[in-house]
Design a binder for this molecule. Sequence first.
Ligand code: SAH
Ligand code: SF4
Ligand code: F3S
Length: 479
Amino acid sequence: MTENKRTTRTVTDAEMAEQRAYTEQIAAWNAVYAAEHGTSRRYYVQTFGCQQNEADSERLAGMAEAMGYVPAAAAADADLILINTCAVREHAEERALSITGQFKHLKEKNPELVIGICGCMVSQETRKERIKHSYPYVSFLFGTSMLYRMPEILYRYLNEHKRQFFLDAGDAGNIAEDIPVRRGSNKQAWVSIMYGCNNFCTYCIVPYVRGRERSRRPERILDEIRGLIAEGYREFTLLGQNVNSYGRDLDDGIDFPDLLAQICALEGDFRVHFMTSHPKDASRKLIDVMAANDKAAKHFHLPLQSGSDRVLAAMNRRYTIAQYLDILAYMRQKMPSITVTSDIIVGFPGETEEEFEETLEAIKAARCDQLFTFIYSPRTGTPAAELEQLPDDVKGDRMTRLLAVQNEIMLEKNQACVGGIYDILVEGISRGDKTMYAGRTEGGKLVHFPADEALSLTGKMVKVKITAAETYNLWAEII
Ligand code: SAH
Ligand code: SF4
Ligand code: F3S
């Protein structure tokens, strides 16, 4: 359990070939159905989690399409529904269970409908049991390490007419390459570089549901990115729970800064983001590589969690606020234009008013461009869930105060951008205003600008000058 090498298992070519055989069998059944009905069977994937889960959902979609399913516009039109769950906070689990509940009437209308649940939530024994008993219309469950076996699981369900339960065994983990993928965008791509987590922050369920850290081989990652560049992709986000520990389980001495440098050295016009970085191992070497490479996006997501050293220690984060601010200062000295984002948890068990105020002081000192703020949510099986919990009203009040302080910082920082020139990647027409386009700066700031729809700028890079700022939005004109 302590050494990655002992638990990492690469799924063999023979095992992947077996999955392809199941895929072909189901594709053959679906082809018969399509010929008889004049329409193909449809699939729908509902995702609840983080970017890693989104990347997994792109693989679920890829496998479904390889099996002959076509995308459904809505769950109600689907023959196969896959619910990819998250367990990080109670709210995420409740949403997944509530959606699953709503799908019951679809199954009643269409008994042929197949509903599968996967992702982090089902890898917990208690959840598995609950779904097994309270949601009898769910056809199969599978854990995150079983993703590549989805064709087999579906085949078994269709063939045996029996519910299937393929769950991760303890802290198992594997690496499966060459799973079909249907990406959600043709410009931006998620690239998982590693899976799992070894850090066991005391509040966090991820290490229990995603298994131990395991790194993909660098040549596989480079090949994938090379292929994506050739297809026209311009933005890559390298994914891992702690990308800074990339390579520790490999035998070739490569670390994350080396990998990033190798990716930046690839031919082509693109930029590379990564997440997430744990502050305890965000090294100066990494910052030097970012600073030296134009293709490394000048954005750093560095979750602080708390501004109190006592709380950080209780969270098992293994850095102090002074160390955090030190790495931030080095980053800003090397890359003055860097955008920094962070995560904060309020209401960790035992957090005192003074300790919370230390968090407010810390975020004033850090002046991040954006914060993702969370109310602590006890997760069964984690050490912090056993501690005495704070009342909900205290947690809620702290959240409100935290947001007020951060909003002021964000407004000031956005106002400082006015007059500045930025390259932005255009995401599409603005949601709120059809006459405007929306895009993001390298650091992920949302920018709106007027443009003629006929220009069809979506997916392109444009240079803009910022003309106005609010807390969450910037306005600009093309130059
Ligand atoms: N591996 C990443 C985080 C993944 S979870 C990292 O270490 O930064 C994303 C964020 O969810 C965490 O940074 C944390 O702020 C928040 N989070 C995790 N567990 C939580 C819990 N039990 N309650 C509230 N927030 C939580
Ligand atoms: Fe959770 Fe900590 Fe691992 Fe991030 S580093 S996934 S917060 S245990
Ligand atoms: Fe991600 Fe949620 Fe799992 S944050 S790793 S989907 S628990």
